[in-house]
Design a protein around this ligand. Structure first.
Ligand code: G3I
Length: 362
């Protein structure tokens, strides 16, 4: 390392030594070491690309592991609570609100100059037992359920008014064949629950960006078409919808969704903001250098696809370290889905992102 860089790093207390080779290299594509192209980390990349780069955050880990916290705050300028803002987390018993974990994410964001994605207001998973049981045994009827949903959205959005940039208002509304997912919301409230949810959220924080969010919309045609149709219907009813979130849970055993940029563009053409909201790229274990190279390619293509669409303004990964990832618990024999390994060392995918450049016109 050159003395000038070392002196600068020490003065700024930037842990340059922990950066991957590509982050400090001055070879082709990196510009001169004093030039505008040198990329330090993902936050630096985000600034240069004029996009937000975010991660899901596990609050228990944020509290318990200082190296996780330091790395999260160094690399990311946008945060999503992995579980802490879900209904079962914020209202485990009826009328008993437990905001500590969700507050922790928002507080961490404020202290570190990060923006926040609120995840998620209306979903069929991770609902509190008092709610699902009440609906199942008939003690909560349709009229009351609608009021409960309205109160939930209003209370949560108001609490973080001005502090959450974007909300995943409705999550995973469709099945794989493009039919509306049969959830307690659809079954008991009818399809109008979606418009209602957006309207209630907008009333509670008129400046927050309100998103529909889903997985497999990167490539699944029936889901893509159904979602586009729904959005057009909502817009025709003047429902305040601002964005489409592509979760982006990918695996290298499947082809990369090569049409993704075009799909993003179709949503952007409706006037929507676009975000990659939960990207990860899993693999069948064991890890090999070849698999890591393919994974790096997928991460890089996902970022390039986002950058190729002007409306795509957030690129969020669903956890940044293999030390804490939902993947091994959900997919037998799969893992290694994140940008950093268990020791927070950069994988080829991380290096690949750092070398991604802005496309002209953005
Ligand atoms: O609540 C219990 C807790 O009391 C207990 O101590 C702990 C012990 O394992 O389990 C806790 O619940 C777990 C919860 O995460 C909180 O850690 C659940 O068992 C576990 O199923 C749950 O998994 C989450 C999953 O959503 C549930 O649907 C994952 O962490 C989370 O990454 C995942 O995230 C979803 C997005 O919200 C929506 N898109 C898909 C994505 C991946 O499935």
């Amino acid at each position: 390392m050159r003395p000038l860089i070392l002196a600068l790093a020490l003065a700024l207390a930037v842990p340059v030594i922990a950066l991957p080779a590509s982050a400090t290299a001055t070879g082709p594509g990196h510009g001169s070491e004093h030039g505008p192209q040198r990329v330090q980390d993902l936050r630096d990349l985000a600034r240069k690309l004029r996009i937000n780069i975010g991660s899901a955050v596990d609050v228990a880990v944020l509290r318990a592991e200082p190296d996780y916290k330091a790395r999260l705050n160094r690399e990311f300028d946008h945060l999503t609570a992995e579980n802490a803002m879900k209904w079962e987390s914020v209202e485990p018993e009826r009328g008993v609100y437990t905001w500590q974990d969700a507050d922790e994410v928002v507080r961490n964001a404020r202290r570190n100059g990060q923006q926040v994605r609120g995840h998620t207001l209306v979903w069929h998973n991770q609902l509190p037992a008092w709610l699902t049981t009440g609906v199942e045994n008939g003690t909560i009827g349709a009229t009351e359920l609608r009021q409960i949903l309205r109160d939930h959205i209003t209370t949560q959005v108001r609490r973080y008014k001005g502090q959450v940039r974007a909300w995943d208002v409705v999550n995973e509304a469709f099945d794989e064949d493009g039919t509306p997912r049969q959830t307690i919301w659809l079954t008991h409230l009818g399809p109008g629950y979606i418009a209602d949810a957006f309207r209630w959220a907008h009333r509670a924080d008129p400046h927050a960006k309100l998103y529909l969010n889903d997985y497999n919309v990167e490539w699944n045609v029936p889901k893509i078409e159904a979602t586009l149709t729904l959005i057009k219907q909502l817009q025709a009813q003047r429902v305040p919808i601002d964005g489409m979130g592509f979760q982006g849970h990918l695996g290298i055993q499947y082809d990369y969704p090569g049409d993704w940029a075009n799909v993003m563009r179709r949503f952007a053409d409706l006037g929507l903001e676009i975000a990659v909201t939960e990207l990860d790229v899993r693999m069948v274990l064991p890890v090999t250098p070849e698999k890591l190279a393919t994974q790096a390619d997928y991460y890089g293509r996902a970022l390039s696809d986002c950058l190729s669409v002007r409306a795509c303004r957030e690129f969020t990964v669903w956890g940044f370290t293999d030390r804490h990832s939902w993947v091994p618990g959900w997919f037998d024999g799969e893992g290694s889905a994140c940008l950093l390994d268990e020791n927070l060392a950069a994988k080829p995918a991380y290096d690949k992102l750092l070398t991604t450049r802005r496309v002209s016109g953005r």
